[in-house]
Ligand binder design. Structure first.
Ligand code: ATP
Ligand code: MG
Length: 600
């Protein structure tokens, strides 16, 4: 491609709309343009990158025996009603764009394809002999994200590779899951990314059946914890660890104490001269179930610990049948306004005890009349603890379970793992943290969708059984941008060779110099003929502008037809290291063929 003919506009200044480096660079270098909130045009350079990523994904998926297909983006509401996700996806979470057609039929734009693929399997796979089978596609997904941001990182329209596998046994699913783990590692390595596979939250289904692949970068939206021995890594949403040891309580008798203005843990510890590990902290949550029932939850946890709301959410989903529900629609800490809807009296916030009376909840059909009380494991062993006195500006000290306070029957692990916690697999290892960008997710689904949609096959013993399923996603467009987040310097992008839009850019410093143009044209032809993707900067611009643009666009190598032509040489500059060398014109194609061989 000749730059003079390409739609390519570079910007000198950082665009105001972009916050993180990769977003700024993709805009500045002319890879993407914003069309609307979370909606971007992939310009020619970007499209080449996306196609390269897609091709790597395709090759690695095909090796595993998965088959590529293309599923519809317009999906009938009925399918989502069957799986039970229509209401949550279009209303509660609201992540799915939905529309009504001219026949008044409801449709959704696919945010994911479990429903569609399960309907196909139900229709086409009748016998265990057709199993296992694995279909995947590379396609645009639509999600009405609450906070679209960072360009392609969190778009409302983005490209995903999603695959779904069907099995007659959990063992068979596990085998494919392992194959995917390997394929994903190959894909991310080939794309030149530095990444980490981490245990991920699998929702209320539980089990160890989910792994995320994180590109390590400060701008990542996910917190990861890991140990230096490389034996443990998890998304903080899922992470488990041993909490720090508590300190012996300085109190030995039960007393109510005036503790004015101590509504936070830090203030109480200072006032009473104790450790946060001596405190039972009580937090109130409000959950709305999909049956319409509102439930108020009183959670007890040790004062130095925080609640992991993903874990709490999972515990609450498990309890959904108690409220004639399947799932929860929202989980919040009720503010003053929310409390007014159900509280009989103002709550002593900041001074609540585990015994807080159910009388605070007004009788109503919509609101469960008793607090759902649950305790995190960290409070079980506490003795002579400090906690609220259910009265503003008062705490109690020297409290004990089974004496002044009742330990809830429901004991759960809902604490958030913290940096410095000891690891479970080896208490000598402590948790470290890093930020990551989730570029892939593999998931053992089990029979969740097949059961809901009644998708069965005839097993070897003649009985009808629901398919055992797995699903596997890669954010193709997010991956491409994460490569930029990981590989750039102050001058611009430094694409890894395997996904760079072009391998080399030939810069002609002065297009009016016939010799410079002639050699550049010759190299341009020869390189492209040899399968080396070359871009020719033949624009009528100053050399300085061309060099700046070449650095910004980030093509891995630059050839300059400049001064050294007299000696039959051109300059070869490596983008990443800025190293420059002079090479014989006749050697250029050979050198690049070698570079390419070693890079793909
Ligand atoms: P996230 O937690 O980041 O919202 P997710 O758990 O919703 O991701 P999946 O449903 O597992 O993501 O989708 C598979 C992959 O698609 C993700 O690993 C991610 O790389 C990518 N992805 C998800 N949402 C977006 C988005 N809004 N924009 C770009 N890529 C996305
Ligand atoms: Mg999401």
């Amino acid at each position: 491609m000749r730059l003079s003919q390409m739609l390519s506009v570079t910007l000198r200044e950082d665009p105001a709309e972009a916050e993180i480096k990769s977003h700024k660079l993709l805009l500045r270098a002319g890879y993407i343009r914003r069309i609307g909130s979370g909606v971007y045009a992939y310009l020619p350079l970007m499209w080449r990158v996306l196609q390269k990523v897609s091709q790597i994904v395709r090759e690695e998926m095909n090796i595993t025996g998965a088959q590529e297909c293309l599923l519809p983006q317009i999906q009938p509401a009925e399918l989502w009603q069957e799986s039970g996700r229509w209401e949550t996806y279009t209303k509660a979470e609201g992540i799915m764009f939905s529309l009504v057609d001219r026949q008044q039929r409801e449709l959704g734009l696919g945010p994911t394809h479990e429903e569609v693929i399960t309907a196909i399997a139900k229709d086409m796979i009748k016998s265990y002999r057709q199993l296992p089978t694995h279909l995947y596609q590379i396609q645009t997904k639509f999600r009405d994200e609450i906070r679209p941001r960072f360009g392609l990182m969190r778009g409302r329209e983005f490209i995903m590779k999603d695959g779904y596998s069907f099995h007659s046994s959990v063992e068979s699913l596990k085998k494919t899951y392992q194959d995917m783990d390997k394929a994903y590692r190959n894909i991310f390595s080939r794309c030149g990314l530095s990444f980490r596979a981490v245990d991920a939250d699998s929702g209320a289904i539980g089990g160890s059946g989910s792994q995320e692949f994180m590109v390590l970068a400060e701008a990542g939206e996910d917190d990861i914890v890991y140990t230096d021995d490389g034996k443990y890594a998890a998304n903080v949403e899922k992470a488990v660890s041993l909490p720090a040891d508590g300190i012996l309580s300085p109190f030995n008798s039960y007393q109510k104490k005036a503790t004015p203005n101590t509504e936070t843990i830090a203030k109480v510890t200072k006032f009473l001269g104790c450790s946060a590990t001596n405190i039972v902290k009580n937090i109130l949550y409000q959950a709305v179930y999909d049956s319409g029932k509102t439930v108020l939850i009183l959670v007890n946890i040790r004062g130095d610990q925080d609640i992991n709301e993903v874990k709490l959410n999972n515990e609450l989903v498990k309890l959904a049948p108690n409220y004639q529900a399947k799932t929860i629609l929202s989980l919040t800490v009720p503010d003053q306004n929310a409390q007014q809807k159900w509280a009989t009296n103002p709550l002593p916030l900041g001074y609540i005890s585990p015994n807080l009376s159910d009388d605070y909840i007004a009788k109503s059909d919509q609101v469960e009349g008793n607090f759902l009380r649950m305790a995190d494991k960290t409070v079980i062993d506490l003795e002579n603890f400090v906690t609220g006195a259910d009265e503003s500006d008062y705490h109690v000290t020297g409290g004990n379970w089974g004496k002044e306070f009742t330990l809830p029957n429901l004991i759960v692990d809902i604490r958030k793992a913290q940096v410095g916690d000891r690891a479970i697999h080896n208490p000598h290892q402590t948790l470290q943290t890093a930020r990551g960008i989730e570029v892939g997710h593999i998931f053992q689904l089990g029979t969740k969708y097949s059961e809901a949609m009644n998708a069965t096959y005839t097993a070897e013993d003649g009985t009808e059984k629901p398919f055992v399923m797995g699903c596997y996603g890669i954010g193709v467009s997010r991956l491409a941008q994460s490569a930029v987040e990981q590989c750039h310097d102050k001058d611009g992008i430094m694409w890894p060779m395997a996904i760079a839009p072009y391998h080399v850019i030939i810069v002609v410093p002065n297009i009016t110099d016939q010799e410079q143009m002639k050699i550049a044209e010759k190299l341009y032809q020869e390189l492209n003929q040899a399968g080396i993707e070359a871009l020719l900067d033949d624009r009528d611009e100053r050399a300085g502008v061309k060099f700046k643009d070449a650095d910004l666009i980030g093509i891995p190598y630059r050839i300059v037809t400049g001064r050294s032509l007299k000696e039959g040489k051109v300059e070869l500059v490596t983008r990443k290291t800025k190293e420059s060398q002079e090479i014989m014109i006749e050697k250029v194609v050979e050198i690049f063929s070698d570079i390419l061989k070693n890079n793909t």
